[in-house]
Write a protein that binds this ligand. Sequence first.
Ligand SMILES: [Fe+2]
Ligand SMILES: [Fe+2]
Length: 196
Amino acid sequence: MKEEKAIHLVKPMLGKKRWEHTLNVRDMAVKLAKIHGEDPEKAALAAILHDCAKELPKEEMLQIFRENGTMAGNVEERPQPVWHGVCAAIIAQVRWGVEDEEVLSAIRCHTTGRPGMTRLDKIIFLADMTSKERDFPGVERLRKLAKKDLDQAMCSALESTLSFVKDKKQTADPMSAAALEDLLGNCPDKEEDQDE
Ligand SMILES: [Fe+2]
Ligand SMILES: [Fe+2]
């Protein structure tokens, strides 16, 4: 699927603000792809598709999971904020015929990460967190880190996500802790970097 087709399909599914977010994620994903040697077209496509299910009612997502049990896996047992990524990957594949496994994976794990993340997975995760409109404390530092080193940026981003969820007394998805555990080996300078 080409980016223009994805835009045509996703834009009507999202409100104005979320569509702007989506375009900002696309811009950041393309930027990171170019820096880190990833295919910018793949990054743009995954970014445009990543939040397509975000505004679907819970019942509709559940219906989609029931109809696509193998792809949905145990998603219903995971925290609800995680559902829309899995649901978006199913919609992209089943309804819209997206076959690129790397694109589907990046959409699927964009909220949580996963162990064994590919470069494209990391780019979409980080583009989603550092898109232009994001303004949480530390976002500028994370933007710089994402341009410099995807693994270190992922470690930092997952740590923030996990502590944010903990502070809000929400349940963390075990996949995020597993993703962090997996990445820590690639972040030897992380502690030093944190102390900056
Ligand atoms: Fe999302
Ligand atoms: Fe998003």
